[in-house]
Design a protein. Structure first.
Ligand code: AMP
Ligand code: MG
Length: 308
């Protein structure tokens, strides 16, 4: 009988240190299949959080893989998108090309075949995989939480919020610095437990997005199958990694790249980083090594630096 280990939500721990919690407005909401914790300072905090919450629910509907009338539904039916929606889809498509297709937003049938969205897990045959890959139907699941973080940061800025830490189920968006002026500290989850392995220090409007094989997986006949699929094989990516964390100014970019670099692995992921100047990355390998590109400041662990 198949043994299912079930889905595990990514949790990046926030180490707010001596942040003055009393002056923050904070809220927890459940959206996009995860618990989100929003904390903001400055402006009218409660009003800003009301608007942030409404924006998250609206984005969830707009980009849903299953709701009639969503962008996905309209794309699959070749119906019109708004200009703004079209611009996001074009960016996502360009990012897919930039990653050589490692990030592929058209794998919905394939992820359904493996049963990841429904948790009705199944190991498909090669023929079933090939058929599902032909469908090419859209799925923005690997990009949307990062995009949402970015939209929220823009909205918070408009509403006069000057510091924020928005944890969208392990995808973290920061603004400004901690109330004491120190950088935000964002923990990278230890896949083997509830704790964290390393702490990234970031300042200003920054996205810290992690993709990991421990976030959703099942086991059958002693083999573990995780949810990040290699578009070349249609099967879970075997890149020797447990997780990849991307740190950059743009949430959509961070989310697309976290998935892509997980598929690509350290060597090809590093090559992509060397040819870019808009992100940093932290790789956690299956054998427990941590490697960080040279623009990252990590504390709480020993790690190797990848230089240009
Ligand atoms: P993330 O956690 O951002 O890496 O997104 C993983 C989710 O994106 C999976 O649960 C699938 O729904 C979908 N997905 C899996 N593999 C890929 C891929 N290679 N490119 C784009 N989306 C993917
Ligand atoms: Mg992603």
């Amino acid at each position: 009988m198949r043994r299912i280990f079930g889905a595990i939500c990514a949790v990046v721990l926030l180490l707010s240190g001596c942040a003055r919690a009393e002056s923050a407005a904070s809220r927890q909401i459940f959206a996009m299949d995860t618990v989100m914790s929003l904390q903001v300072w400055g402006g009218d905090g409660e009003k800003a959080l009301d608007q942030a919450q409404a924006a998250v629910y609206a984005l969830e509907q707009q980009w849903s893989a299953t709701r009639a009338g969503s962008v996905v539904d309209r794309l699959n039916r070749q119906e019109a998108l708004t200009e703004q929606e079209q611009a996001v889809v074009e960016r996502i498509t360009a990012l897919s090309e930039r990653t050589g297709g490692a990030f592929n937003p058209r794998l919905h049938s394939l992820t359904e075949l493996w049963g990841f969205p429904t948790q009705q897990y199944y190991v498909p045959t090669a023929e079933e995989i090939a058929q599902a890959m032909e469908q090419q139907d859209w799925d923005f699941g690997a990009a949307m939480k990062g995009y949402t973080g970015q939209v929220l940061a823009d909205l918070m800025k408009e509403l006069g919020v000057d510091r924020a830490i928005l944890n969208l189920g392990g995808n973290v968006q920061t603004m400004g610095s901690k109330p004491d002026g120190a950088p935000w500290q964002v923990g990278i989850q230890d896949p083997e437990g509830d704790g964290y392995l390393a702490v990234v220090q970031v300042e200003g409007t920054t996205s810290v997005v992690t993709s990991g094989s421990y976030q959703r997986y099942f086991e059958q006949d002693g083999v573990v199958y995780h949810h990040i699929l290699d578009p070349e094989t249609g099967a879970p990516a075997k890149s020797g990694l447990r997780s990849v964390t991307i740190i950059c100014r743009d949430g959509l970019l961070a989310d697309c790249l976290s998935t892509a670099l997980f598929v690509l692995g350290v060597e090809k992921g590093t090559e992509l980083w060397r040819n870019s100047d808009d992100f940093e990355a932290v790789f956690l390998t299956e054998d427990g090594k941590i490697l960080a590109t040279q623009g990252v400041t990590l504390t709480g662990c020993s790690y190797e630096t990848i230089s240009r």
